[in-house]
Design a protein around this ligand. Structure first.
Ligand code: MCN
Ligand code: CUM
Length: 806
């Protein structure tokens, strides 16, 4: 044997495959300012669009006069609902089965709703022209508080639905009611509550927040009238879905529509849906025959595009005296704003909120969700949400702490007592899910050991004594959260978007020199897909990740896919990638057998090629096989080396984690300092540990923002009072705590590489950990659940209510 030939370890390392903390390939362009975002696109003759928006939250439009705006030099067109009506585009369908006004015709229903679209030679002229559009409004009474939406004297918000007693998800009880969604066994749950030795009931609210990605939503629409083809570049998390919607709405046949999502500066769910800006740009381009760019500003993004949460969860738990949970009942009042524009899989009006039994073996559960209209911006699912799993995890994790307080039991102890045990997997939950795998007690104990949990409790006890003696004004809080996520939508049997099943896809081509291009139906917005999909292929095919290009976001070249959200890329497209690679490997094995003149069965895989069993020096590397695929294939075999897979997952994946937060609250100012934050995540097989850590850091920072300060707030007239980053809390490196990350590995048994998603986990588990910590600081005092966000004001108020101020 030649001693300069690489060792097996060296061959393995050269691949930079799964498990390797490979540096992000996309960062080479991002850190040099060489990314290619929508706003970087400059086309000849391109015009710019800008919206006239409503200052009112609810008002009748008496008159729109665009004459002054249209007369401004440089203005090319002004669209109102009247112009959109003839082409039936004044309304558009939402992903939730509702309709949404593209431009308001008779009425506006939320502040900053789109009323007219001005198209001009540049962005500044467009903005000036917006000021010249005269709209006469007659203001109407508003509904801001969702608890008053279904009052008998509540104003009718959606006149377009007047008299409709059936909505997209069944009966409507009131003119401002959208749907009721029920799941679980109400009888058994009520029986558990009636028989309970101990029970709690608490209204747990998760405030309205906004994902606010660094790059706002944007598009460029370009109609080529000669070829009859429409190209739309946009900040799309789901480009193929946009193409299908555009085809259905415009009547242009789908092959003549090209949707391209270039680099995206953060999506976080904000860029899943279709917005009026896209429709107006497309219509404008079709009418004028030139490209039209629309880029939102920050205020528009914060006040008019998809918000998140706004869930008000009345939660009841039943338990025995020694802390066995026997039942869970939740009623949710969901504030959807003016239109139900939630981006859930079609059959799930409340997303996967029925994961609300969490990580616990709860025998009986029942959930009922009522969605209502209010005079607020539409949206509903966005912001690292996993389709309402954030709300569900917050609900159960707060409720567990409330119960622990009532039982005078340690909250970690109560969790350990009720966590699903390893031997119960696959575990069927009372609300219908089959959890694929988990080892919860191991994770929980590892987390508690890592932070020195019992020592922390002892320190807290001493600090409380010191507080009583007047030696400190600080309250120490310890927040525990154990979450179970549900990601990987989804099995097409119960998940679709507008009727298209939620499979996903990967097409891999191996070129003669052994280099690869792989194309996928998902779309990275910062998650590092170009790096990590390459790692899956590297391991599966024994080709160095550096020789593999990953391409996403072009509907002309990528196989049809449903896009990136709900942390589905790894569970669905990651699986498609592995399966496509395995198809190639199967063909490669036949070619290798032909080249080595042995039977296929005599070969075994070895890192980067095949070798003859028992004769390890007789090998064919994948590189050699790739060359042969183009000139020397077995008789009867087609040339080439490529495969495509459309993967329909048999089940969701269920990542989980144990988070612990330690904080100190200043009783006099309400200021909360996060002293420590420990996050243990289990996402099954880890593809790139460094990227996972980055995902967790980012998600925890967003969780910190939400728990400690974010809220999209309206005053009683429906005026948004948090429309800028001066008023909407955006944590910077200054406030953000230091994160300690950790992991366990429990592979998914049904996923080809055992991987589960992780992108949203830190937000799902992070928020309850922060909130439990702040609430726990007051754990020894006679004060109920403190609502989020835990800004200084609310926490100060809690201290005051607890009698801590003189
Ligand atoms: N990963 C891994 N091993 C695993 C699981 C994931 O190495 N076992 C890697 C993946 O290869 C991928 C990343 O972690 O590079 C995230 O994968 P996954 O959990 O599958 O999530 P998605 O790629 O589908 O991303 C969506 C998710 C969502 S829904 C939101 S919201 C969110 C999030 O990702 N938006 C983000 N993280 C974000 N990160 C950035 N930078 N920007 C956003 O907009
Ligand atoms: Cu819900 S935010 Mo992500 O699914 O894009």
């Amino acid at each position: 044997m030649n001693d300069t030939s690489p060792t097996r370890a060296e061959r393995e390392a050269r691949l930079e495959g799964m498990g390797c903390s490979r540096r992000r390939t996309e960062d080479a362009r991002f850190i040099q300012g060489k990314g290619n975002y929508v706003d970087d696109l400059k086309l000849p003759g391109m015009l710019f669009g800008d919206f006239v928006r409503s200052p009112y939250a609810h008002a009748r439009i008496k008159k729109i006069d665009v004459s002054k705006a249209a007369a401004l030099p440089g203005v090319k067109a002004v669209l109102t609902a009247n112009e959109l009506k003839p082409v039936k585009l004044d309304w558009m369908p939402t992903l939730a089965g509702d309709v949404q006004a593209v431009l308001a015709g008779d009425k506006v229903l939320f502040q900053n709703q789109e009323v007219a679209f001005v198209i001009a030679e540049d962005r500044y002229i467009a903005a000036d022209a917006v000021e010249l559009v005269e709209v006469e409004y007659e203001d109407l009474p508003v509904v801001i508080d969702p608890f008053k939406a279904m009052d008998q004297n509540a104003p009718v918000l959606r006149e377009d639905l007047k008299g409709k007693t059936e909505g997209a998800h069944g009966k409507r009880k009131h003119w401002n009611h959208i749907f009721n969604w029920e799941i679980g066994d109400q009888g058994a749950t009520d029986a558990a509550l009636n028989a309970a030795e101990v029970k709690i009931k608490e209204l747990i609210s998760y405030q309205r927040v906004h994902p606010s990605p660094l790059e706002t939503c944007a598009c460029v629409a370009s109609m080529d009238k000669v070829r009859g083809e429409l190209t739309v570049w946009g900040t799309f998390q789901a480009p193929h879905v946009v193409r299908t919607v555009a085809a259905l709405l415009s009547g242009i046949t789908e092959q003549k529509i090209h949707v391209i999502a270039p680099d995206i500066g953060g999506g976080f769910g904000n860029k899943v849906g279709v917005y009026p800006g896209y429709v107006c740009s497309i219509v404008g381009s079709i009418v004028l025959g030139v490209p039209i760019k629309w880029v939102e500003d920050r205020i528009e993004n914060l006040t008019a595009t998809a918000f998140a949460r706004d869930y008000h969860m009345t939660t009841e738990l039943a338990a025995t005296k020694d802390g066995r949970i026997t039942g869970l009942k939740v009623h949710v009042l969901a504030d959807h704003g003016a239109f139900d524009a939630c981006a859930d899989p079609s059959k799930w009006p409340a997303g996967f909120f029925n994961i609300v039994t969490g990580s616990y073996d709860i025998p009986a559960a029942y959930v009922s969700v009522d969605g209502v209209y209010t005079n607020k911006a539409p949206g509903g699912v966005a912001y690292r949400c996993s389709f309402r799993v954030t709300e569900a995890a917050y609900c159960i994790e707060r409720a567990i702490d409330v119960l622990a307080k009532k039982l005078k039991m340690d909250p970690a102890e109560l969790r350990l007592k009720n966590l699903i045990r390893a031997e119960q997997f696959p575990y069927k939950s009372a609300l219908g899910w089959e959890y694929d795998s988990g080892n919860y007690h191991v994770a929980m104990r590892k987390a508690m050991d890592a932070v020195g949990y019992s020592k922390l409790r002892e320190e807290q006890r001493q600090k409380r004594e010191a507080f009583k003696r007047g030696e400190t004004r600080e309250l120490m809080g310890i927040g525990v959260a154990f979450f179970t996520e549900i990601v990987g939508a989804g099995p097409t049997k119960n998940c679709d978007i507008l009727g298209i099943g939620m499979f996903d896809s990967c097409e891999i081509r191996v070129h003669p020199t052994g280099a690869v291009i792989a194309r996928l139906g998902t779309k990275s917005q910062g998650q590092g897909h170009e790096t990590t999909y390459g790692q899956i292929i590297a391991t599966e095919l024994g080709i160095p990740a550096d020789s593999i290009n990953i391409e996403e976001g072009n509907t002309d070249t990528a196989p049809y896919g449903l896009g990136t959200y709900g942390s589905r890329s790894t569970p669905v497209s990651g699986a498609a990638t592995a399966v496509a690679a395995r198809k190639i490997k199967a063909k490669a094995q036949k070619i290798a057998a032909h080249l080595l003149e042995v039977a296929e069965g005599d070969l075994e895989w070895d890192i980067d090629g095949f070798r003859v069993k028992g004769l390890p020096e007789r090998t064919k590397s994948m590189k050699e096989i790739a060359w042969a695929a183009y000139n020397n294939v077995p008789p009867g075999m087609e040339h080439g080396l490529e495969a495509v897979n459309y993967y329909d997952p048999p089940n969701m994946t269920f990542p989980f984690g144990a988070y612990i937060c330690v904080c100190d609250v200043d009783a006099d100012t309400g200021y909360t300092k996060i002293r420590r934050f420990y996050a243990l995540d289990d996402c099954g097989t880890r593809i790139n540990p460094m990227i996972i850590e980055g995902q967790v850091h980012g998600g925890l920072t967003e969780a910190f923002g939400i728990a400690m300060g974010q809220e999209i707030k309206y005053d009683e007239t429906g005026n948004v009072v948090t429309g800028t980053f001066m008023d909407y809390f955006m944590p910077t490196a200054v406030e953000t705590p230091v994160w300690e990350t950790d992991f366990t590995v429990t592979p998914s048994p049904h996923h080809p590489i055992g991987a589960k998603g992780v992108g949203e986990s830190p937000n799902v588990g992070g928020v309850p950990a922060f909130s439990n910590a702040v609430n726990d600081a007051f754990g020894h005092l006679d004060i109920g659940h403190i609502q989020m966000p835990h800004d200084g004001w609310r926490t100060w108020l809690a201290a005051k209510q607890a009698g801590l101020h003189k």
